[in-house]
Each structure stands twice: as structure tokens, then as C-alpha cells.
Ligand binder design. Structure first.
Ligand code: UD1
Length: 330
């Protein structure tokens, strides 16, 4: 049995599908703070499988202990965390509490149980603004201004220390920019309120839910002046989690999950317009505070260790994101 925390969220729901496809039994923990119960029904439909679900918070150690008593858990994939960079600046304690205390609680409970592997959802944000691109896992961790970014760095440091004494292996997966949705259109990103991230904002604008997209910054020193990111299809990302369970990776390893290919905001918009046939209403405005001009990652270590690489491209990401958005309106 795999324990999947945050399993009803955007990334978690896609990880659940890939785990089930590979024959794993899954128990999901989620507190529904940024997800909906209906995702569980959609997952059951999509996989034709019973998925165990426990409603609760990773900061609640009694709850976690109960889950470990009720299920025979062999591996843990820990995704339950807060992830909005801007919000973290306004609610730093909440971010440290959920992301850092939540991790510590879970690790404490694991001390009394024999699990094989602990997979942690980290982020390319740990690199800050790197001097050299693409970033590799040996690129030094940089200054990351947001409390969100700091929680990811702290969590990795905690895991590094714990790995020296823990019986389980630990894998920190450093995500670049996950976008897109499952090709079935049954699961995808469900942002609450106004989306912070680029692709949901694009799809909501095209669906008529937002007036226009604001492109943050047109004066970066990039070829078209807009910021560059390494977008990765969420299904590719999910597949890497499953692979991480399958191979021996030593006490603790951090792996980049990206594509090595950077795209500018305008290139993403263009790819979206091509797959949807819709001209997007956008204007270029001031830079967003805290944004990096450019980051993309070298995923070759993940290939070497997991035999994993991203298979889907920007067109697939845009097509599936749009398909998902259109399904929401039905
Ligand atoms: C950031 C974090 C990432 C975190 C993610 C989740 C970094 C390097 N990355 O990604 O770790 O997991 O947030 O929230 O810190 N943009 C617009 N208009 C919009 C929205 C975005 O132009 O309305 C631009 C941004 O300026 C950026 C790009 O689109 O250049 C991607 O932005 P976004 O999707 O928010 O992700 P990141 O900020 O790269």
C-alpha cells in the first residue's frame, strides 16, 4: 500500500492514476484545503478501482498514527503542502507550519514503522536564481526570497539529516513547472479563486472567465523579453514518482524533474493559441515581484537513476490543459 498525502490535489491526483496503472494500492490523505472530494470519485471512475481515502491534516499526529495503524503502508509519497509563492509572503507562519511541521510529523510517525521509500515533492525554487543554466542537482541551492521557497529548502535539509539515521530511502523530486492535465479530461488543476499560475490563467481567460491575461514583464534579457520556464506535463511528472518507488536510490537523492527546454511566456501563449484556435487577450505589464528571468533544468540524473524522461511536449500540455478547462464548463 502506498500512502499518498495531498492525493486529491493537482499533482497528487495524477500520481494516484499512474500508481494504480502500475498495480499499486493507494491510500490518499487530503484535508481538502485546496482540492475537492469529487476528485476522489473521478479517480475511481478513471481507474475503475477502489481508492482508500482518509480526510485529515498532516499536522495532526494522532490522525497520521491512526492511518498507519489501519493500513499496511510500504511507501510514502508526500505531496500535501502549500504552494503559492505570493500567499507565502503574507502568511509565512502558515507555510512553515503546513510544509515544515507537516513533514516533521510524518517523519516522526515513520520512525515507528518500516517503510521502504519516502518520496518528497520539492521544487526548482530551491535553486534561487542560478548563475548557470540548465541547473543540475549539483548547482548550489540559492537564495530563494519567498517563505514557500525557504520551506522547500528546509524540508530538503531535514530529509538530508534524517536520511543518515532513517531505515527508509528518501527521494526529493525537484519539480520545474507542472502544467497540463490528464488526457481523459477527468482530472486537472482546480485553482481556488483567481489562478496564480500561467497556464490556468490562460485557459480561464480563453474560456471567458477572466478578461485578459497579464504577461508579467516584457523587458527581461531573454529573446522575446518575457520570462522563461521549464514546463513539464503533469502526467510525465506523475510517472517519475512511480519510477522512484521501483529502484534503489540510496539514503537520499534529489532529482530534477524538468525537460531541459525553456519556453518564454509568449511561446506558451502561442502554443496555446495554436492548439485551441483562440486568440488570447493579453497585455504585457510590469514584472511580478520575486519572479526569476529564466530557469530550466537538466533532467539527465533522473534519466540515469530512474530511466525516466519527459515524453510529452508543449503542444500536449496546452491541448490537455484546454481540454480539461472546456470539460469544467460542461
Ligand atoms: C513558481 C515557483 C514554483 C512553484 C510554483 C507554484 C519558482 C522558480 N517557481 O513557479 O516553484 O511550485 O510557482 O505556484 O519560484 N505569468 C504571467 N502571468 C500570469 C501568471 C504567470 O505572465 O498571470 C508568468 C510568470 O511571470 C512566470 C511564468 O508565467 O514567468 C510562470 O509563472 P507561474 O505559472 O506562476 O510559475 P512560476 O512562478 O514559474
Amino acid at each position: 500500500m502506498i500512502l499518498l498525502t495531498g492525493g486529491l490535489g493537482y499533482i497528487g491526483s495524477h500520481v494516484a492514476v499512474e500508481l494504480i496503472k502500475q498495480g499499486y494500492d493507494v491510500v490518499i490523505i487530503d484535508d481538502l484545503s485546496n482540492s475537492e472530494y469529487s476528485v476522489l470519485e473521478r479517480l475511481s471512475e478513471l481507474t475503475d478501482t477502489e481508492i482508500y481515502f482518509e480526510l485529515g491534516d498532516v499536522r495532526d499526529i494522532t490522525f497520521l498514527t491512526g492511518v498507519f495503524q489501519r493500513y499496511q503502508i510500504e511507501n510514502v509519497i508526500h505531496l500535501a503542502a502549500k504552494k503559492a509563492v505570493g500567499e507565502s509572503v503574507h502568511k509565512p507562519l502558515h507555510y512553515y507550519d503546513v510544509n515544515v511541521s507537516g513533514l516533521i510529523n510524518l517523519l516522526k510517525v515513520l520512525e515507528d514503522h518500516r517503510v521502504k521509500k519516502f518520496v518528497f515533492s520539492s521544487s526548482c525554487t530551491v535553486y534561487g536564481q542560478p548563475d548557470q543554466l540548465p541547473v543540475t542537482e549539483s548547482t548550489p541551492l540559492g537564495d530563494t526570497p519567498s517563505p514557500y521557497g525557504k520551506t522547500k529548502q528546509m524540508c530538503e535539509q531535514i530529509l538530508e539529516s534524517v536520511a543518515k539515521v532513517a531505515k527508509h530511502q528518501i527521494v526529493s523530486l525537484r519539480y520545474f513547472n507542472p502544467v497540463g492535465a490528464h488526457h481523459s479530461g477527468k482530472i486537472g488543476e482546480l485553482p481556488k479563486g483567481v489562478p496564480n499560475n500561467l497556464v490556468p490563467f490562460i485557459t480561464q481567460t480563453s474560456a471567458g472567465l477572466r478578461d485578459e491575461l497579464k504577461v508579467f514583464g516584457g523587458d527581461y534579457s531573454t529573446p522575446d523579453g518575457t520570462a522563461i520556464r521549464d514546463y513539464i506535463h503533469v502526467v510525465d511528472l506523475a510517472r517519475a514518482h512511480v519510477k522512484a518507488l521501483m529502484v534503489d536510490l540510496g539514503a537520499h537523492i534529489a532529482l530534477n524533474l524538468g525537460t531541459r527546454q525553456g519556453y518564454s511566456v509568449l511561446e506558451v501563449i502561442k502554443a496555446f493559441e495554436e492548439v485551441s484556435g483562440i486568440e488570447l487577450n493579453y497585455t504585457i505589464v510590469e514584472r511580478r515581484a520575486g519572479d526569476l528571468p529564466e530557469i530550466y533544468g537538466d533532467p539527465s540524473l533522473a534519466y540515469k537513476k530512474l530511466q525516466w524522461k519527459a515524453e510529452l511536449g508543449l503542444t500536449d500540455m496546452m491541448r490537455d490543459a484546454w481540454n480539461w478547462q472546456q470539460g469544467l464548463a460542461k
